[in-house]
Design a protein around this ligand. Structure first.
Ligand SMILES: C[S@@+](CC[C@H](N)C(=O)[O-])C[C@H]1O[C@@H](n2cnc3c(N)ncnc32)[C@H](O)[C@@H]1O
Length: 226
């Protein structure tokens, strides 16, 4: 991997360039093709006192949705596009979550326990259509898993292999996503399966709409493997 792929300054600049012009219409337009987000967010069993972190939280819509259903949960987000982060902060404050929301301007690959997040480990980490846009998803995945408390769960929803869609539809969709540097990342599922096989945790996989998208749920073992 080239060092430049992990240079946070370049990621911040690229994401800001991509998202600033569309921040006002982002949520409306993504509603129709980022499938599986709401069911995944609604299935996160966060209890009062628990800590949730969304990597690449964008406009904060998932954190708001989670906050409404789960009282007393700490809602944290990291986001490298400044304009999206500002939008998320405004939205969380407007919906009355300011006292339990913490946001950080950061990339997941370089994420360390940050004082502004108010927690060093999380009971739930959410990656919603985030890993597919990251140039090198494995270091990002490693940091996301590394932020889990023992027994904590990583919830991923993202584009899938599209293997059961009509071939023309899969081809058109892949070509369109490629224009934004987005693609299915089979290595994410493979790496979580490897960790599960090594006794580091448990993996559940669900396919959505003919492989258009998939959800991966990795629950870290409460104790390190012997
Ligand atoms: C398709 S959007 C998804 C936003 C939100 N999770 C949702 O479900 O609407 C991808 C998000 O990932 C963020 N992102 C891109 N690279 C990132 C990185 N290296 N670390 C953390 N977030 C990143 C982008 O800035 C963007 O907000």
């Amino acid at each position: 991997m080239a060092a430049r792929d992990l240079d946070p300054a370049l990621v911040h600049a690229r994401m800001e360039r991509m998202y600033r012009p569309q921040r006002a219409i982002y949520d409306l337009t993504r509603k129709f093709y980022l499938l599986g987000r709401d069911p995944l967010v609604d299935s996160i069993p966060a209890r009062p006192g628990q800590r949730v972190l969304e990597i690449g939280c964008g406009t904060g819509r998932n954190l708001v949705r989670l906050g409404r259903r789960c009282p007393g949960v700490l809602l944290c987000g990291v986001e490298p596009a400044r304009s999206m982060l500002e939008l998320a902060a405004r939205r969380l404050a407007r919906r009355g979550f300011a006292d339990r929301a913490r946001l950080a301007y950061a990339t997941v690959e370089t994420l360390e326990p940050l004082p502004e997040l108010g927690a060093e480990a999380f009971d739930h980490v959410l990656a919603s259509y985030c890993l597919s846009i990251i140039e090198e998803p494995l270091p990002a995945l490693e940091r996301a898993v590394g932020m889990l408390a023992p027994g904590g769960t990583l919830h991923v929803v993202d584009f899938g292999p599209m293997d059961r869609l009509p071939r023309w539809a899969a081809r058109a969709m892949r070509a369109w996503l490629a224009r934004f540097g987005v693609r299915h990342r089979p290595e994410v599922r493979a790496e979580l399966a490897r960790r599960a096989a090594a006794g580091e945790g448990r993996l559940e996989v669900h396919t959505i709409a003919g492989g258009y998208a998939e959800t991966l749920r990795f629950t870290r073992a409460a104790r390190a493997p012997a």
